[in-house]
Design a protein around this ligand. Structure first.
Ligand code: SF4
Length: 442
C-alpha cells in the first residue's frame, strides 16, 4: 500500500486462506481508513471475512506492540521495562548463546508457523539464523499437519472441488463444517446450486446457518458420525448403489473398503503406516530429509511423496535406502496392532501390505491372501487414478516382485479383473474360508 492521501488501492489478503481474496483499501494521509473485498478475484465478490475487515483496528490499536519490552514481574503481571532494539537483541542473543553453551544448540526451539507470513517473512532470514545456530528443527505444521493428514487420507492428491463446480452438483453433503464461518465465499455457490435444484445435506451437531437451509440436517451427537458413515457405506455396496465403474477407475482403497463391507472387520494398512512413519517430526522424516535433501520436503513440512517417488523409482539404491527407513517402522506398528487385536480377544487380525513378499515378511502371518488382476488392467487402473504415464506405471510394477510368484505363494487369491460384484463374491468366499480356519484351527 502506498502512502498517498485519500485514495483507494487494490491488494490481496496476506493470510494463507484458500479464498485468496482481493482487497480494496481506502487510505487517507497514508493511513488505512477502510478495508473491504475487491473484485479482481471474482470469488471475493466485494466482501471479506470479519477478521480481515478489521485489520485496520489491529494495525492502529492502542494495544499493538511497537517496541520491545523486558518483563519484570511474573508472567501475566503486565509489568515491563521498555527497552531499545539493541538491548533487546543483545538479551535474546545472549540467552541463546548461554543455552547453547550449557545444553547444546538443540536446547533452542524456534516456535513459529505461517498464517500471516508471506514468502519473504518465513523460512528466509529466520531459517538461516536457526540453521547456522544449530537449533532444534520444528516441522512448521503446527496446525496444518492434522488437517493435511485427514485430507490426504480422505481425498488423496485431489486438492478440493473448485467453487464453480458446486453449481453443477445434484447433491451437496457438508459433513462437520460450517462454511458460513470458515469458508464464507463458498456459501453463495452452495445457495446457487440449491436454486438450481441440488439437495443439501448437513451432518453437524450444530444448527449452522446452512443446516437451517438444508433439505436434511442430521444433528448427530458428537463423535457418532463414523457409525453413520459406515452404515451409509455398507448400504451403498450391499444395495448395488455404489458407482462401481467410477470406483474401479478413480478410487484407491475401493477393494479394501469392499472387503470391509463384506465383514472383514478392521484392517491395518501398511500404506497408512508408511505415511505415518515419515510424518513431520518423526525420526523417519528426519532420515528422509537427511538422505534425500530438503527438496523432498513440501512447503507444509510433509514429505512430498510424488517427488520422492520420482527419485526412488529411478534409482535402486535410493529405493533400498527409503525402504530401510520406512519398513522397520511399518512392521513394528503392524506387530503392535496385531498384539492389541489378540489382547482384545479378536479371532483374526488382518493387515493389508502391498509389498509383503518383497519385504520377506510373509512368514509373520498364518495366512496370505493376494488380490490380483492382469497387468494391462493394473496399468489402466493406475493411470486412471494417478497422473503417471504408462512408462512410469510399468516401471513401478516392474519394481515389485512378479505376480505369478505371489499367486503361487498365496494361500488364497482374489481375482479382481471382473466387476466389483464379482470381486465381492470372491472376497466373501475367502472370508468364509478364513473364518472356518480361525474357528476350526485349520
Ligand atoms: S476470507 Fe478472509 S482470510 Fe480468507 S482470503 Fe478472504 S479476507 Fe483473507
Amino acid at each position: 500500500m502506498t502512502k498517498a492521501a485519500g485514495h483507494q488501492v487494490g491488494t490481496a489478503c496476506p493470510l494463507d486462506c484458500p479464498d485468496s481474496c482481493s482487497l480494496s483499501v481506502s487510505l487517507s494521509d497514508g493511513r488505512v481508513v477502510a478495508l473491504d473485498g475487491g473484485h479482481a478475484n471474482p470469488v471475493t465478490g466485494g466482501y471479506i471475512c470479519g477478521k480481515v475487515r478489521r485489520f485496520g483496528d489491529r494495525m492502529y490499536g492502542p494495544d499493538r506492540l511497537l517496541r520491545p519490552g523486558f518483563r519484570l514481574g511474573p508472567p501475566g503481571s503486565g509489568e515491563f521495562r521498555w527497552v531499545g532494539w539493541d538491548e533487546a537483541l543483545a538479551r535474546v542473543a545472549g540467552a541463546m548463546r548461554e543455552a547453547r553453551d550449557r545444553w547444546g544448540a538443540e536446547a533452542v526451539l524456534p516456535y513459529c508457523y505461517g498464517g500471516s507470513n508471506g514468502l519473504l517473512t518465513q523460512d528466509t532470514a529466520d531459517a538461516r539464523l536457526f540453521r547456522r545456530f544449530g537449533a532444534s528443527r520444528l516441522a512448521r505444521t503446527l496446525c496444518a499437519s492434522t488437517t493435511g493428514a485427514a485430507n490426504q487420507a480422505l481425498y488423496g492428491k485431489m486438492p478440493s472441488v473448485t467453487y464453480a463446480d458446486f453449481a453443477h452438483a445434484k447433491l451437496i453433503v457438508i459433513w462437520g463444517a460450517n462454511p458460513s464461518a470458515s469458508g464464507i465465499h463458498l456459501v453463495p455457490f452452495i445457495r446457487e446450486a440449491q436454486r438450481a435444484g441440488a439437495a443439501l445435506v448437513v451432518v453437524d451437531p450444530r444448527a449452522t446457518p446452512l443446516a437451517r437451509l438444508a433439505d436434511l440436517h442430521l444433528a448427530l451427537r458428537p463423535g457418532t458420525d463414523v457409525a453413520v458413515a459406515l452404515s451409509l457405506h455398507r448400504h451403498l455396496f450391499e444395495n448395488g448403489l455404489a458407482d462401481e465403474a467410477f470406483l474401479a477407475a478413480q478410487a484407491t482403497g475401493a477393494m479394501l473398503d469392499m472387503t470391509r463391507s463384506v465383514g472383514f472387520g478392521p484392517v491395518v494398512e501398511a500404506d497408512t503406516l508408511a505415511h505415518d512413519a515419515i510424518a513431520p517430526g518423526t525420526p523417519g522424516a528426519a532420515a528422509v530429509r537427511e538422505r534425500f535433501s530438503e527438496g523432498v520436503i513440501g512447503p507444509d513440512g510433509c514429505v512430498d511423496r510424488v517427488r520422492l517417488g520420482a527419485l526412488v523409482f529411478d534409482d535402486c539404491q535410493a529405493r533400498r535406502d527409503l525402504e530401510a527407513i520406512v519398513h522397520p517402522a511399518v512392521y513394528r506398528a503392524i506387530r503392535a496392532w496385531m498384539r492389541a487385536r489378540e489382547a482384545s480377544g479378536a479371532r483374526m487380525a488382518i493387515a493389508e501390505i502391498p509389498l509383503l513378499f518383497e519385504t520377506g515378511h510373509e512368514g509373520d502371518f498364518d495366512c496370505v491372501v493376494v488380490t490380483a488382476c492382469a497387468e494391462a488392467e493394473q496399468v489402466r487402473r493406475a493411470m486412471a487414478r494417478t497422473s503417471l504415464s504408462e512408462t512410469e506405471v510399468r516401471r513401478r510394477i516392474e519394481a515389485q516382485g512378479p505376480l505369478d510368484d505371489k499367486v503361487r505363494r498365496a494361500d488364497y487369491v482374489i481375482w479382481t479383473d471382473g466387476t466389483i460384484e464379482d470381486t465381492r463374491v470372491r472376497a466373501a468366499a475367502v472370508w468364509d474360508a478364513l473364518n472356518r480356519r480361525a474357528v476350526m484351527g485349520y
